[in-house]
Design a protein around this ligand. Structure first.
Ligand code: EPU
Length: 417
């Protein structure tokens, strides 16, 4: 367990460089299972979730090598198709090994999902999709076993627009020499980036970025290298950090094309943001205005940015409305912020009103999940005095070198392990 001690009351200033996208990199590692030769993945973020995904790759029998430009993955030695004995229980994203393993070995074994901090996350969408292709599914209390020699049907209608289910079925299809149509897909930019790498590897895919994908795969997938796209969630979070601390600075790269719904809300909120080329400059912003957000699948407002937005609500004059449509526990961090003086009125598990402006007070707070952790960290920077954040290591799951990046912008943070 780590603790962060933050000496707040600092206005962040300077330029921050954004890392590669966690939610693309995790899937590229699983996709590598299908490649016939080693692949080099560049711009891979050095975060705990990636370490865990790589551990699973190694547990399956794959080879991982650190090279100057990134990591090299070699799946030729993989012989296992059971991830239930690996560290999979620590990482829900391990579920995306299912499609590649089933495609390569005609069977795959995964752990039954547990609840997670941010809410119950059923995997029925994934299982149902493979069932639609003809897979037989057997399960006991611990494991789920899927078997499918070759797709018996060629159409899957996802029962919800799920990011990881879209990726799982697409990765399965990428190595099958029969056209598979997937309907009701999610369209997050990280999915499109992954699909583009599948095309580079030899799969024929149409409909990238839309709700219907048509995939004609190949048994001979090869990819020399892949570049992970920039992490839009990290980029937006730093933009919020500049504005929330009353500072100013530049976020590079800033993938504005993937952050339209976020930029629209920032502007309504009166945050001054200038986007030019691949950077965004956040200028000192006064008189913030309240806003309403409701999280939605892409291109709607991202659930992964819902929690840091509450910090702008604390500075805005008036009542902001926050609705989390996806996770039932993802407003829990607001209870921690209440300890710092945030004025919150809850309306059930999914909606809350935040009244501002208030000046946050330093105290001891507890990090619940990745996105709430970074929110509390920024709250600590906003509050005068010393804030202690417990379970701070959760932040390392998704944010690379977070203390260093913030320290370069003027933050005073100490980690106690
Ligand atoms: N949904 C909503 N509201 C939203 C977003 C999604 O109702 O704001 C619905 C979706 O339409 C879908 C359901 O919720 O019906 C389940 O979502 P999904 O299956 O897409 O979630 P996931 O694949 O389990 C991925 C990311 C999450 C991210 C969600 C939503 C990975 C490894 N995980 O999860 O990332 O929150 O999509 O974008 O890619 C994180 O990075 O902290 C994280 C939890």
């Amino acid at each position: 367990m780590s603790i962060f001690k933050i000496n707040g009351g600092v206005q962040l200033r300077g330029e921050v460089k954004i890392s590669g996208a966690k939610n693309e990199a995790l899937k590229l590692i699983a996709f590598a299972v299908l490649l016939k030769k080693p692949v080099c993945i560049r711009n891979i973020p050095q975060i705990v979730d990636i370490e865990r995904q790589l551990e699973i790759f190694k547990c399956l029998g794959g080879k991982v090598k650190n090279i100057e430009s990134g990591i090299e993955l070699d799946a030729r030695s993989i012989e296992k198709f059971d991830i239930s004995k690996s560290t999979a229980n620590k990482l829900r994203a391990s579920l995306v090994y299912l499609g590649p393993l089933l495609s390569r070995f005609s069977q795959a074994v995964i752990l039954q999902p547990g609840g997670c901090q941010i809410g119950e996350r059923p995997i029925e969408t994934h299982i149902d999709a493979f069932r639609q292709l003809g897979a037989t599914i057997t399960e006991n209390k611990e494991k789920i076993i899927l078997k499918l020699d070759e797709p018996k049907h060629n159409k899957v209608i996802l029962c919800e627009q799920s990011v990881t289910a879209t990726e799982n079925i697409a990765m399965y299809a990428a190595a099958q020499e029969k056209e598979i149509i997937i309907e009701n897909c999610a369209t997050e930019p990280e999915i499109s980036a992954l699909l583009n790498e599948m095309v580079k590897s030899g799969a024929c895919i149409s409909g990238i970025g839309t709700r219907t994908l048509k995939i004609l795969g190949s048994k001979d997938l090869n990819l020399d290298s892949a570049d992970v796209i920039v992490d839009r969630i990290e980029a937006a979070t730093f933009a919020i950090a500049f504005a929330a601390t009353g500072g100013e600075g530049t976020v590079t790269p800033f993938p504005s094309e993937n952050l339209q719904s976020f930029v629209d809300v920032l502007k309504k909120c009166n945050v001054k943001i200038e986007i030019s080329g691949n950077s965004a400059k956040v200028l000192k912003s006064e008189d913030l205005k309240p806003f309403s957000i409701s999280t939605l699948p892409y291109p709607g407002f991202p659930t992964d940015l819902q929690s840091p937005m509450s910090l702008l609500a604390s500075r805005a004059k008036g009542v902001s409305h926050i609705e989390e449509t996806m996770y039932e526990n993802r407003l829990g961090y607001l209870k921690e912020l209440q300890k710092m003086g945030l004025n919150v009125e809850f309306h059930g598990l999914h909606r809350a009103d935040v009244a501002g402006p208030v000046h946050l007070r330093s105290t001891t707070i507890h990090s619940l999940d990745l996105r709430s952790g970074i929110t509390l960290l920024i709250a600590g920077l906003m509050a005068d005095g010393e804030t202690t954040i417990e379970d701070a290591q959760i932040i390392d799951r998704g944010y690379e070198n977070i203390e260093d990046k913030l320290a370069r912008l003027g933050a005073k943070i100490k980690r106690i392990s």
